[in-house]
Design a protein around this ligand. Structure first.
Ligand SMILES: Nc1ncnc2c1ncn2[C@@H]1O[C@H](COP(=O)(O)OP(=O)(O)OP(=O)(O)O)[C@@H](O)[C@H]1O
Ligand SMILES: [Mg+2]
Ligand SMILES: [Zn+2]
Length: 268
């Protein structure tokens, strides 16, 4: 084993004693350290362990921090008022809102307990679907530092389309594919709206089908939260059944039928 050489000036101040190290099983020149004979090799090993533990803890903390920041750094929202959406500031003006808020609170609890299922918030415009979807991510991010991402489907598809022409754009199909596949919790906001009129029997283009299918496929086994104005039947008509069946697998569905449009209440 290699001897640890000590600088001359230090050597003069340290008493060395010949003893056998129990661990290294050989006579060794121990250093008197705080009144105790210490094996320099043991000491170095101990320091190495402590350093490795410290570096690992820092790497772990950085990873957690990066995961925590995804929601704020990478989300794509069409409506910035949603940044302030929380479960506690979702007001229940009527019975439906009270029941739906409770359903979402229960879903959050189940997610925190590690259950995997998709959550579908479906119903009329301005009812609070995106509000509750963002609130769910905010809660999971705060309590468990899960990586969470809120994506407005229409904006994402527009960015991907733009990247076909703009070769400098980072918002490529691959970028979104990886980002949306990797996060613990994903909101696909306003799915179905990208094809235009909300009650149309239009089918999504091959491009839209492909982008959404790849994400849905990669996310099997991870929870995805969807908001949409469309009912199940319309979604099935619009998208490939393999895509819808992946998104709709074992879902918890929260339906808004009576809730007022909060965007326009100020007009009345
Ligand atoms: N019950 C509520 N309490 C407080 N604010 C609400 C409530 N419902 C909705 N809002 C607010 O009203 C605005 C519109 O709500 P939201 O975006 O959630 O509607 P939406 O159901 O997603 O509509 P759309 O289908 O058009 O996307 C948001 O700013 C949201 O924070
Ligand atoms: Mg919405
Ligand atoms: Zn030793």
């Amino acid at each position: 084993m290699e001897r640890i050489k000590m600088p001359k000036n230090l050597r003069n101040n340290i008493t060395l004693v010949s003893e056998t190290c129990d661990k290294h099983h050989k006579p060794i020149q121990k250093m008197m350290f705080e009144g105790e004979p210490v094996c320099p090799i043991c000491m170095k090993e101990q320091w190495d362990l402590e350093l490795t533990a410290k570096v690992n803890a820092e790497i772990q903390a950085n990873k957690q921090n990066a995961a925590y920041n995804i929601l704020f750094d990478k989300s794509i929202l069409e409506d910035n008022t949603l940044l302030n959406a929380r479960v506690h500031n979702f007001l229940s003006h009527g019975q439906e809102e009270a029941v739906n808020k409770q359903k979402v609170q229960l879903a959050i609890k189940r997610y925190q307990d590690g259950e995997v299922f998709n959550l579908i918030l479906q119903g009329n415009p301005g009812a609070g679907k995106s509000h509750l979807a963002y609130s769910t991510l905010f809660e999971l991010n705060e309590t468990h530092k899960f990586s969470c991402l809120f994506i407005s489907v229409g904006s994402m598809l527009r960015k991907i389309r733009a990247s076909f022409k703009d070769k400098e754009s980072k918002y490529t199909e691959e970028y979104f594919n990886r980002l949306l596949s990797d996060v613990d919790f994903l909101v696909l906001d306003d799915i179905g709206a990208e094809t235009g009129a909300i009650t149309s029997d239009k089918t999504a283009t091959d491009f839209v089908q492909r982008v959404l299918y790849d994400i849905a496929n990669a996310r099997q086994g991870k929870p995805t939260i969807l908001t949409t104005n469309l009912d199940g039947k319309t979604l099935f008509n619009m998208y490939d059944s393999k895509l819808v069946s992946r998104l709709m697998r074992n879902p918890e569905v929260v339906i808004f039928k009576e809730s007022k449009d909060k965007r326009i209440t100020t007009l009345f």
